[in-house]
Design a binder for this molecule. Sequence first.
Ligand code: BDR
Ligand code: CA
Length: 311
Amino acid sequence: VQKIIIDTDPGQDDAIAIMMALAAPHLEILGLSTVAGNVPVSQTTANACRIPELAGRPDIPVHAGCAAPLRRTPITAEHVHGRTGMDGPDLPQPELRPQGQHAVDFLIDTIRTHPSGSITVVTLGPMTNLAVALVKAPDIAARIGRVVSMGGAYSECGNISPSAEFNMFADPDAADIVLRRQLPLTLVPLDITHKFLISASRLDRLRALPGRCAQAAAAMLGFSERFDLEKYGWDGAPLHDPCTIGWLLAPDLFAGRTVNVSVEVDSPLMQGATAVDWWQVTDRPRNALFLREVDSAALWEVVLTQLSRLP
Ligand code: BDR
Ligand code: CA
């Protein structure tokens, strides 16, 4: 059983990633930590509480984390995700309450008290919490088994600015800290997620699943799809964050290279852009497995299999 912490800013796609992990018999979620991103942290925290509750897993602890990026004004993405950040399904107010402990301290304590190398941290939003944890407790860097992050872009440029992906753009300084620590890091960038499009026929198969989680997921995708379809003119909307859990469950469906990835923190024009040394033209150290290819049809089967296991 692989122990994971999911650091997240739900987000419809975050929610579906969390559901997939909840459904996976060999993943054990030690907790959800929340961060400001798609919407402010109070709202991402309330949204995070709704998911384990919906899945009948109120035992999963939720820890609220950083309310703002390290040194920038927070940006949000209500224009993509709706007013609540998780528009689509009609979910009740959650009864599950966040724990008293801050997400950063939860990350530090959990990584310190488990065997070294045993914990995987999955980040689905700006990397603020993990960066603060690494600065506050540098010893945890050597104890983290793996970090799997949705963020960055190489061929696909950007989705919040012409040059940057949202999670990198929102807190590039945090991403810079994480990228410089030489952690065992897997990056799931737009190069992957823009190939994982949820077309009407894929969505129909999700809608046909009976469980309340699958139904909520379908309503979430039905909502966020409207935005992306108009914006890109594709026949389906990209499903970003679930690709991280997809990689943990079925890494053979993906291909990438271990290369140097650096993030731009100075230039306003290029804020959060990832410079990916795909052709190894520098001697900068290889610091990330940067994924670029995915078997999209097979990955959708993985998502459906996971969601069909939930109530
Ligand atoms: C990322 O930004 C957020 O809007 C999504 O939840 C995903 O984590 C995609 O760029
Ligand atoms: Ca997210």
